[in-house]
Design a protein around this ligand. Structure first.
Ligand SMILES: [Fe+2]
Length: 294
């Protein structure tokens, strides 16, 4: 099968065909995916009817897997092994999660623009999301190109933000929606971490904005001033010209580079329609900036 990569927008997103994610990748296939990711930042591989073991094997091609992505949930409450982020609307018993279920409350923050795991010292490289049950009236996922957004900034703003460092935590993103019920040990686990606001892609050398709803301040700035500025940058970075809107089809496998994109899921009737999508996440090379001494 010949590998074909077809761009979906001028900046971001491409459809990749000619690879079967159920089988081990050849080195040429791996190179084609990585080259496609470096160029387009989001790849859609349609028709990938994979199981959990196949998703794990496929994902391991792209770096060490991040565990515990269902941050805040107790292991005993999980439907899937900790190596998966359960992005479904199902509870441990496979029923649609109740309106006020804690899992649902936390998942609602996925409707805010974010990058996965920017609240970890070593943030994510790729997220790999498998559409196992994709309802006809399910939500779209939107992806914004943080490289194009950076490029479009004026020179003064680029100079101003070059060395800025932000603090990221799940407490901030969930708090934006009014979800503030964290247990003491959760608050410890969600301690803010520092990330550069401008990062450079290790392969392409392109600069991008490292933005997310997880940001709670800019180091050294008064917090309200920081948050007003972050809002401006978010608004700039998510203009339609930088965004690819993905409409899901059953068995889509969607990969995005968290070092170059933000994403959000849109609202849907999640109290009545089953949606089962499962994410694996690989780690990037290291921290974007030194952490504060404990
Ligand atoms: Fe996400």
């Amino acid at each position: 099968m010949a590998i074909e990569v077809r761009p979906l927008t001028p900046h971001i997103g491409a459809r990749l065909s000619g690879i079967d994610a159920r089988r081990p990748l050849t080195s040429d296939e791996l190179k084609a995916i990585e080259a496609g990711m470096d160029r387009h930042a989001v790849l859609v591989l349609p028709g990938q009817d994979i199981d959990d073991a196949q998703q794990l094997a496929f994902s391991r091609n792209f770096g060490p897997l991040e565990e515990g992505a269902n941050s805040g949930a107790r292991d005993s409450e999980l439907r899937l092994p900790v190596v998966f982020a359960d992005v479904s609307n199902l509870d441990k018993e496979g029923r649609i999660a109740a309106r006020d279920a804690k899992k649902r409350m936390a998942a609602l923050a996925n409707r805010l623009w974010h990058t996965d795991a920017s609240f970890r010292v070593i943030p994510a490289r790729y997220s790999i999301l498998s559409g196992r049950i994709v309802p006809a009236h399910g939500p779209k996922t939107e992806f914004a190109d943080m490289r194009a957004a950076y490029d479009a900034l004026d020179a003064r703003t680029k100079a101003e933000i070059e060395d800025l460092v932000c603090e990221h935590s799940l407490i901030y993103s969930r708090g934006q929606l009014g979800f503030t019920e964290f247990l003491p040990d959760e608050r410890v686990a969600m301690k803010p971490v520092r990330q550069r606001l401008v990062r450079t892609h290790p392969v392409t050398g392109r600069k991008s904005l490292f933005l997310a709803a997880h940001i709670g301040t800019i180091v050294g700035w008064p917090r309200p001033e920081a948050m007003a500025f972050i809002r401006d940058l978010m608004e700039h970075a998510t203009q339609p010209e930088f965004v690819y809107v993905h409409e899901w089809t059953q068995h889509d496998l969607v990969i995005w580079d968290n070092r170059a994109t933000m994403h959000r899921v849109r609202r849907f009737d999640d109290l009545n329609i089953v949606r089962d999508v499962r994410r694996t996440t690989t780690r990037s090379d290291g921290p974007t900036v030194a952490q504060e001494a404990a």
